[in-house]
Structures are given as C-alpha cells and as structure tokens.
Design a protein around this ligand. Structure first.
Ligand code: SAH
Ligand code: SF4
Length: 354
C-alpha cells in the first residue's frame, strides 16, 4: 500500500486528473478528515475504489496517548513497518486584545513532530540518540502525525497551529522529505499551515542549513546551540567536530530570514555544565549582530543520564544577563515534564509498559 499523504498536490493531480479532483481529495483528507475513500462523496465512485486499492489514508496508528497535567498530550505512533515515533500536542493560552482593547484568551496549538525513527547525531544528553538511526520518515509520515493529532482532538482544520520539528530525529539529516512535508502542510486545499508557522530545529548541520536556505521555503530556523565553547559543545554534541560553533553561526548569518522574524537559538541548560555567568557572557558575544531569540530549556533528566536539571536561580541569572544585554530570551516552560515530553522519552518507556 502506498501512503496518499506522501503525494504533493501536483503529484496527486497527475494521478487523478483533472486538477480540481486533486484539490477535492486534498480537502477530504486534510479539511474534512475523511477516514476512508468511500466517504469522499463528491469523487466518482470508480476513482474512489481505485484509490482505495492502492492507497492508505492513515499510515500511522495511535498506539498510546498520555496527557500531562499541564494539558500537553503525547502521542506514540506506529508506522506500517511497526517502527514507533512520537509527537506532542502543546495547547497554550494566548492573550489577544480585540479592537476595544478587551483581552480575551484563545487556545493556540503547537504540534511537535518527529522527522526520523531515531537519530544518528549522538548527543550525549538525548534519549533519542541512544539507539542510533533506524530510518528516515517519509513526507507523508511527517504530515500524518499532524493530521492524526488534529483529527484526534477534533481541532477544526481552519484553526491555526504551529509546527515545530523538535521531536525525534534530525530534520536536516532528512532534508528532502522534511522540505516536501513543509510544502504539503502549507497547501491551501490542505492543512494550510504557512511555512512561517513551521520551525525546523537542527543540531547545526551547516551544509544542510545552507541547502535549506537555498530552497527558500520561508520556514523558521531553530539552532540547538547548548554551549558557547567548542570544547563543551563537542562533548555534548559530537556533530560539533564536523561543524563547529563558528561554522554554524556563519550558516545562520547567510540564512534567509523574514524581516519580521528571528532565528531561534535553543540553549539546553545542564547543571554545572553551561549555566554560569561566563556562559551567558560568551553567548551574548556569539549572538552579536544576529537577529536572534534565545530559548533556555531546562534539561529534562531521564534514566541513565548523568546530567542534572539546573537550579532555577542559575536559570534566572542566565535569563537576566541575556535580557539586560538586549537578547530576547524566554525560558521554555517545562511542558509535559510529568509525562517525559522531551525528545524520545515516551517511546523508551513504552517498551516497558506495552
Ligand atoms: N535534532 C534536532 C531536533 C530534535 S531535538 C535538534 O537537536 O535540534 C529537539 C530539542 O530537544 C533539541 O533542542 C534538544 O536539544 C532537546 N532535548 C533533547 N534531549 C533533551 C532533554 N533530555 N531535556 C530537554 N531537552 C532535550
Ligand atoms: Fe538527534 Fe536532536 Fe537528539 Fe541530538 S538532540 S541526538 S540531534 S534528536
């Protein structure tokens, strides 16, 4: 069986001619959340049964969900070949003021998706790194995570969601499929998630950052920096041997960024490793001249890890220093801590439970 979610609108239009048929099918899949081809009542019966013989509509099966006290929901999916991946739905309240200045609160959704089964980057703090890389996800398996999460929560298709490629895997190690997923997700007859609502997070594959920039998709870029010296960064992230901090920063400087947007720098804070004032000082220097935003992340401990969660006071000191020096900075609220919603953790635990 082929996965119909793997098809771009153009590819589908070549199969089901004419063009408007492809649009209709996209609408059935991504806007009306059809569960079967049979349901697609505006499509000729013959075409429906032909498609049903060849294509699969839901390539991912929900194996398990876990709801956190803070409202985030973690999904464990099983692909056709039995490999497992995970995604997280993060609902957030957003304050919006209307034309009279009245403040209302809206639910805003962010979905965190995986790009690979496993990862070969080997970061020492990351659970996903443990088993290495099994395989890349196809574009349709990436799109399928978002479709399944929206469907499962009955989130109407026109509700805006943000996508972050921060689940399992290194998105730029699977650039072609990720780029295709970005385009499928952005399709107006589909989920209509504009590229500027999609953030690709990378451990810093400089050559691939350049390639992503050349594609000019309009996505946002996030860099997992985590350290301000090559010595420490190499210890945390072996990929730093191939692309050191300077190489990453150079690739960032050359990346096309929307004038209204910034590059996001993720900085995983680990107790006693990178949480000192000197780290904050070096970070400010590194970001000089770059339109950057820093996200400080509390290290989320997992079994077998030798690192520890930083003290809130040290976190605050980093944040204060950055803010005082003009660097926009947020501390990532530890969403889903009770369900281990960081990278790779549900999958690991599910081995014991299921
Ligand atoms: N491979 C990409 C995207 C997936 S990882 C990347 O590394 O950027 C997404 C984020 O989760 C990264 O910033 C990573 O550093 C972070 N992460 C990994 N393990 C973590 C842990 N134990 N606690 C908190 N964040 C973690
Ligand atoms: Fe891979 Fe990102 Fe985990 Fe590093 S942090 S091993 S790049 S998923």
């Amino acid at each position: 069986m082929k996965n119909i979610l793997d098809l771009s609108l153009d590819e589908l239009a070549q199969i089901v001619k004419p063009n408007f048929r492809a649009r209709q099918i996209y609408q059935w899949i991504y806007q009306k959340y059809a569960d079967s081809f049979e349901q697609m009542s505006s499509i000729p019966k013959e075409l429906r049964s032909e498609l049903a013989k060849e294509y699969d509509l839901s390539p991912l099966k929900i194996v398990r969900t876990q709801k956190s006290k803070d409202g985030s929901i973690k999904y464990l999916f099983e692909a056709r070949d039995k490999n497992r991946i995970e995604s997280v739905l993060l609902p957030m309240k957003e304050e919006v003021s209307d034309e009279n200045g009245k403040i209302t609160r809206h639910a805003r959704y962010t979905i965190c998706v995986s790009s690979q089964v496993g990862c070969r980057m080997g970061c020492s703090f990351c659970l996903t790194a443990k088993g290495g890389l099994t395989r890349n996800l196809s574009a349709g398996e990436i799109v399928g995570q978002i479709l399944a999460v929206k469907k499962d929560n009955a989130i109407a298709y026109e509700r805006r969601v943000n996508i972050v490629y921060m689940g399992m895997g290194e998105p730029l190690d699977n650039l072609e499929n990720v780029a295709k997923a970005v385009k499928i997700l952005a399709e107006n007859d589909g989920l209509s998630i504009a590229p500027r609502r999609q953030t690709i997070s990378t451990s810093g594959l400089a050559t691939q950052i350049k390639k992503l920039g050349e594609k000019d998709l309009g996505v946002l870029l996030a860099i997992s920096l985590h350290a301000t010296t090559d010595e420490l960064r190499t210890r945390l992230m072996p990929v730093n041997k191939a692309y050191n901090i300077e190489a990453v920063m150079q690739a960032v400087r050359e990346f096309p960024v929307d004038l209204r947007k910034r590059v996001l720098f993720e900085y995983l804070v680990i107790k006693g490793e990178n949480d000192s004032l000197s780290d904050a000082k070096r970070l400010v220097k590194l970001l000089h001249g770059i339109k950057a935003k820093v996200n400080l992340i509390y290290f989320n401990p997992h079994e077998g890890s030798t690192y520890a969660r930083p003290e809130p006071a040290d976190m605050l000191r980093l944040q204060d220093y950055l803010s005082a020096h003009g660097v926009t900075c947020t501390v990532r609220a530890s969403k889903g801590l009770d369900i281990s919603a960081a990278c790779g953790q549900l999958k690991e635990r599910s081995k014991e439970i299921i």
